[in-house]
Design a protein. Structure first.
Length: 101
């Protein structure tokens, strides 16, 4: 079994970063998904791909994986770069595109 450990990115639908603090351990799928001929839904007999474990920090996730003999890979998240902005910058003389209505 192989799993990946990562910190999820913030959702595009909200401005908050509530679910980005925890670390997630997800198993990689071992089988391809198949279409059900009756309903047309995709599914698989692999129940481990449905499992998603959350941990408070990366050390707990790694400890869980090593304790249970799971091969894992860690995906580091990109650091968030905050550019300081001010409302007055919209009206600055040195602005590349002049402000107008």
């Amino acid at each position: 079994m192989k799993a990946r450990i990562y910190q999820p990115a913030k959702t595009a639908m909200q401005s908050g970063r509530a679910k980005t603090i925890e670390w997630v351990l997800e198993y990689e799928p071992t089988r391809r998904q198949q279409l059900d001929p009756l309903t047309g839904w995709s599914g698989s007999g692999d129940t481990m791909s449905q499992l998603r474990l959350t941990f408070e920090n990366i050390t707990d996730a790694v400890a869980y994986a090593t304790k249970h003999g799971i091969d894992y890979s860690i995906q580091k998240s990109q650091e968030r770069v905050i550019k300081p902005k001010a409302y007055a910058d919209n009206f600055a003389v040195s602005r590349k595109i002049p402000w107008s209505h």
